[in-house]
Design a protein around this ligand. Structure first.
Ligand SMILES: [Zn+2]
Length: 155
């Protein structure tokens, strides 16, 4: 009776993966050596200026495509607008590094590592990078909305 229960338990915990027949599974690779938790110890400031300049350029291309009724240029303008968030940068207050925000999770300078090891959060830490980017996007959206209401958009 105990043998049946033990066999049933063993069978339910066995993996269906066969190394001889199945293809190897992709191994989980951490984003940085310190895990995702290191982001809580970053002191990063978002810099949206390159993305805003890209948006202005993409807006000019979009405006031109609508004036000339050129579909390929219109599609290019939409692609440019979609790529603009990739131009958002961050600046590390500890080491002075400036890089693209999509690579911020991999950043772990010595001061960030030290805070991570000691588990101490800095007293004057700026908001997380994601929060700053959301605040910038909402500010930009609000500014554009106010501009559109006050002046009107004439394409
Ligand atoms: Zn740094």
């Amino acid at each position: 009776m105990f043998d049946d229960a033990a066999m049933l338990t063993k069978a339910s915990t066995m993996s269906t993966f066969d190394p001889d027949l199945d293809t190897p599974r992709a191994r989980h690779r951490p984003r940085n050596a310190f895990g995702d938790k290191v982001a809580e110890y970053h002191r990063l400031v978002a810099n949206p200026l390159p993305a805003i300049l890209g948006l202005v350029a993409a807006w000019a291309v979009l405006h031109y495509s609508l004036r000339t009724r050129n579909l390929p240029v219109f599609v290019v303008a939409l692609v440019l607008i979609a790529l603009c968030p990739l131009l958002i940068q961050y600046h590390c207050l500890d080491c002075g590094l400036t890089d693209f925000a999509i690579r911020s999770r991999g950043h772990a300078c010595q001061e960030t590592q030290r805070r991570w090891r000691l588990g101490e959060a800095s007293a004057r830490t700026p908001p997380r990078l994601r929060t700053q980017i959301k605040a910038w996007i909402w500010s930009l959206f609000t500014a554009l909305l106010v501009y559109a209401i006050l002046v009107g958009i004439h394409l």
